[in-house]
Design a protein. Sequence first.
Length: 122
Amino acid sequence: MKKKNLILIVDDEKEIRQLLKEFLEKNDYDVMVAEDGQQALKLAAERVPDLLITDMLLPKEHGIEVMQSMKDKYFLPIIAISGIYNQSEIKDRIPDIFVDGFFEKPLNLDEILHCVRSILNG
């Protein structure tokens, strides 16, 4: 049996975390969730995910800081999500970090799934 890819979802909105978790698990991924940046970094240190999906505005550790820390420590793709920033603002705010995908809220789950699959399945 093939090992399932592990995805870490970080969002301070419980509904978003739960929605993404359930949707991705139904599509055969293992999922960990964190409600803030510090919790995300702790979870990743315990079990490095294959992919990070993170909100940009997080309590305790900003999404940009979480992405930078993850990129510094691990080789993993990142999908950023935001209800505040749009695509052009993201490029201005994170020029030093390569983000593999970006989605504005409200999220389109089918588009996210397509992006996840293309990243993890090459």
